[in-house]
Design a protein around this ligand. Structure first.
Ligand code: AMP
Length: 224
């Protein structure tokens, strides 16, 4: 079980690990609600740069749309800027770190902020189905799945009536590439973190509420 031996009083950092489509975004949203954490999703931040057509967005667009990782220096800078000004109960890192050098960099920049790592485990075949069916509301960001949690009207958000879209990198051929990158680059992080007492594994192949029961319990032990 996670424990908190140092950094008392410092904001805590929760890292959500797991393959694309394991539910990191959904679970991060719940942690934010319950613990008042900040939510830092590197993928979301980069997609916003692309949407706004900034220089950074133009630089990363092709890599992201083909399912590759963007350079470590780019995401490192994004995360460091946020951790440097982090106050309050803490934050959830959703999508960072994604490889060993990012994990080492995170240990360097977090100072004495305690870290807890939650690995959300989901088999590849479930990932493929979840991502291929995933849709998001262009207006409010609500997430649906064409197979598992469809909206009442096809293509329309139940919550706000906005248009439902598919992420460029949720196209089937890109999903396989993202999974390959995950196994090659990100999965080795499990070994990096596993020996620590603040590492938890949860079964992500169950209903979101049940997944959250496990995550909330693990994170709850870290919060004063
Ligand atoms: P996500 O929304 O977490 O699935 O990320 C979408 C895409 O953003 C990834 O496939 C990468 O191209 C890029 N990305 C997000 N986080 C990172 C990261 N920590 N390192 C490198 N690339 C990232």
């Amino acid at each position: 079980m996670a424990s908190r031996s140092d950094g008392r009083g410092e904001p805590i950092i929760v890292v959500l690990l797991g393959p694309p489509g394991c539910g990191k975004g959904t679970q991060a949203g719940r942690l934010v609600e319950e613990f008042r954490f900040k939510h830092y999703s590197t993928g979301q931040i980069l997609r916003e740069e692309i949407r706004r057509e900034t220089d950074l967005g133009m630089q990363v667009r092709e890599l992201m749309e083909s399912g590759e990782l963007v350079p470590d220096e780019i995401v490192g800078k994004i995360v460091k800027a946020r951790l440097d000004r982090l106050s309050g109960p803490g934050c959830v890192l959703d999508g960072y770190p994604r490889n060993l050098s990012q994990a080492e960099y995170l240990d360097e920049i977090r100072g004495s902020k305690p870290l807890t790592v939650v690995n959300i485990c989901v088999p590849d075949e479930v990932v493929v189905k979840r991502l291929a069916g995933r849709r998001f509301c262009a207006n409010c960001g609500n997430i649906y799945n064409a197979y598992f949690s469809p909206p009442e009207r096809v293509g329309v958000c139940d919550r706000c009536g906005g248009e439902l879209l598919r992420r460029e990198d949720d196209r089937e051929e890109v999903v396989y590439e993202r999974l390959r990158v995950y196994h090659e680059e990100t999965q080795p992080l499990v070994r990096f973190y596993k020996g620590r007492d603040s590492y938890e594994e949860v079964n992500g192949d169950q209903a979101a509420d049940q997944v959250y029961d496990e995550i909330g319990r693990a994170v709850g032990t870290m919060v004063p």
